[in-house]
Write a protein that binds this ligand. Structure first.
Ligand code: MG
Length: 460
């Protein structure tokens, strides 16, 4: 049972016992604490599973993603804002149907992790072995027979390759055929795409190729082009800059203390974010706080994950927000901030400064391809997945609680982790389970425990 109370200014720390945990959330500027039992009920335990444990302090160098990992967004507000910008861009600049695209947002349709088949106008979900387990054409749910008419034996070459190794479709010919909507930056693209398909079907029922993606890409580029943060073009950055409190949660004192406690134990902390340094600074300042740089031994922005973990780009120096020259590994400094770069050099840097012969590395993030699969498979990092759906759906030992549950949970698709119809687990669950040591709904959840807490990981 959930007991809720609002604590003014966080004066009172709720007792933490073996059976109770403190949950921290922020809502409209109020700090609110929810206390609930985290004792995992017998029904959620996997019977006969050997007990395993995970402990953050078993690692020497701990890396963090920024957006939707350390920096929590008010996901619902963000998605509504993005829908508005993308839909209006397509209507105003690309001639799409206002009747379809400017309808009220249907949050029941969206779910993280949908796969776009642009050629056929379909959205898909697959299992870990690549079998297509659910699909829509536009917003229309397809029967299994209809799915088979598009994808014989419920298989498609693009998703087969993705299931084998997601990086096989990241670049090259199949990156033109399928797209994955992996995080809250692009989750809303699924509804825009589906409604654009609906409108094309209405106008040209015999049309075979949809080719919506180039227009969507133009809309996304207009929204996220890094130069727009400073030159005031585009609507996305302008809105976040004007109303940061509408879109960001501030990190709790618990989480700041948790990070400081890791540092006090001699751990090296590093940040690798895809955001360019100006936007990253804005986000980190409004979430972690003005002194956010002090938390990290090194910060890498505009890192271009997943390529950061597989390629060998140089690190680039920064003069304020302006990129300078390419750097050699010896040029990297503790406390420094750089753009681009690569994991091999960063690893060498971290090894040197850890003063350990064989330090253990952990990377924590939310994007299952960029932050979890690739660092684990290509860089040998252990990883922790941050997945807000754990709380939005109330699964794997977590209470069902999330202020934006309606945006994260879908009545159309069912659970993020398994198919609504067949119960087959999704490829996303598969990646989380295979490639992360531990998955959590937020770092705020983790920070209610001491840094050296042993988490049981036998529940999923
Ligand atoms: Mg992220």
């Amino acid at each position: 049972m959930i007991a809720t109370r609002v604590c003014q200014r966080f004066k009172k720390v709720v007792n933490i016992s073996n059976s109770k945990r403190v949950k921290v959330m922020f809502n409209s500027g109020k700090q609110e604490i929810k206390c609930y039992s985290s004792t995992i009920s017998d029904s959620t335990r996997s019977k006969g599973f050997a007990h395993n444990y995970f402990r953050f302090t078993d690692y020497d160098c701990l890396g963090f993603d920024l957006d939707n990992t350390l920096a929590r967004y008010k996901v619902g507000a963000m998605i509504e804002m993005e829908y508005d910008i993308l839909a209006n861009f397509l209507v105003d600049n690309k001639g799409y149907s206002a009747k379809h695209l400017l309808k009220p947002l249907d949050h029941n349709f969206i779910i993280k992790g949908l796969i776009v088949d642009d050629e056929n106008g379909n959205l898909l979900r697959i299992s870990g072995d690549g079998t297509i387990i659910q699909a829509t054409h536009g917003t229309k749910i397809l029967t299994q027979q209809e799915v088979k008419s598009y994808y014989p034996n419920l298989r498609w070459r693009a998703t087969d390759l993705f299931a084998e190794d997601p990086l096989q479709t990241w670049n090259g010919p199949y990156s033109e055929k399928m797209r994955t909507l992996l995080d809250y930056y692009d989750v809303i693209v699924s509804l825009i795409f589906a409604r654009a398909v609906n409108s094309i079907d209405e106008d040209n029922s015999d049309r075979k190729l949809y080719n919506i993606w180039p227009d969507l890409l133009a809309a996304l580029q207009d929204m996220f082009t890094r130069e727009h943060f400073q030159n005031e073009k585009g609507k996305y950055f302008a809105e976040i800059k004007a109303n940061p409190h509408t879109y960001y949660y501030k990190c709790s004192n618990h989480l700041i203390r948790w990070l400081n406690d890791l540092k006090a134990k001699g751990k090296i902390l590093f940040l690798i974010t895809g955001s360019y340094v100006d936007f990253a600074t804005h986000t980190a300042s409004h979430t972690i706080g003005e002194n956010w740089r002090d938390m990290f031994d090194i910060v890498i922005s505009y890192a271009k994950k997943p390529g950061f973990f597989t390629d060998h780009k140089d690190f680039i120096s920064l003069d304020g927000f302006k990129e300078g020259e390419a750097l050699k590994i010896d040029d990297l400094k503790l406390g420094g901030i750089y753009t681009q770069g690569n994991w091999n050099d960063l690893k060498t840097f971290l090894e040197t400064h850890s003063k350990l012969s064989n330090p253990r590395f952990l990377y924590i993030g939310d994007n299952l391809v960029q932050d979890i699969y690739t660092p684990h498979v290509y860089a040998g990092c252990d990883t922790v997945t941050v997945c807000e759906e754990l709380e939005a759906e109330g699964v794997y030992g977590h209470e069902k609680w999330h202020p934006d549950e309606q945006f994260l949970c879908s009545t159309v698709w069912g659970s993020y982790f398994k198919s609504k119809d067949t119960g087959q687990m999704t490829n996303w669950y598969d990646i989380m389970k295979k490639h992360s040591k531990f998955f959590v709904p937020s770092l705020e959840y983790v920070a209610t425990f001491p840094v050296d807490h042993q988490f049981k990981i036998d529940i999923y």
